[in-house]
Design a protein around this ligand. Structure first.
Ligand SMILES: [Fe+2]
Ligand SMILES: [Fe+2]
Length: 170
């Protein structure tokens, strides 16, 4: 169970980094650039932490990283090309999926053995709070004003579910 949790979390943070990289490639020089950079910087810290935990625990990363490299960047850049509101809609969708995912892991680890997983629980809770903040930032920056918001959000969240399912297993 622990291997799966660490592998999928690492994959998620890796993908998030690629999404923000894609957004920055398009919107980096606009007024929203610094805000996206701020969120990306936090994702870099999240990823660094999971790189560290994976190495310590001798868990291999998912074999799908090359796919998330391309898909994440493409998702970030393509939504950003449709405008900053669409980029923010993408952020809301992804960050909501990640926070829900972290919450379900917190529940699972608490049920299993909270004493044993104290350190990991602390990390996941902290990151979950950051992702919730990213989610709220997206909403504050007019994510919901983009035409087809619910369709875009649901499509991206379906993609997240598939990515989570696959990254736990491959
Ligand atoms: Fe993150
Ligand atoms: Fe995030």
């Amino acid at each position: 169970m622990l291997d799966r949790i660490l592998r999928v979390d690492h994959a998620g943070e890796y993908g998030a980094n690629r999404i923000y990289a894609g957004q920055m490639a398009v919107l980096g020089r606009t007024r929203i650039g610094p805000l996206i950079q701020e969120m990306w910087d936090q994702e870099k810290k999240h990823l660094a932490k999971f790189n560290e935990i994976l190495a310590e625990s001798r868990v291999r990363p998912t074999a799908l990283l090359p796919l998330w490299n391309i898909a994440g960047f493409a998702l970030g850049a393509s939504t950003a090309l449709l405008g900053k509101e669409c980029a923010m809609a993408c952020t809301v969708a992804v960050e909501e999926s990640i926070s829900e995912h972290y919450n379900s892991q917190i529940r699972a680890l608490m049920e299993k053995d909270p004493e044993r997983y104290t350190e990991l629980l602390h990390v996941i809770k902290e990151f979950r709070d950051d992702e919730m903040e990213h989610h709220d930032t997206g909403l504050e920056h007019e994510a919901e004003t983009v035409p087809g918001y619910w369709l875009i959000k649901n499509a991206i969240q379906l993609g997240c579910k598939v990515a989570i399912y696959a990254s736990e297993r491959v």
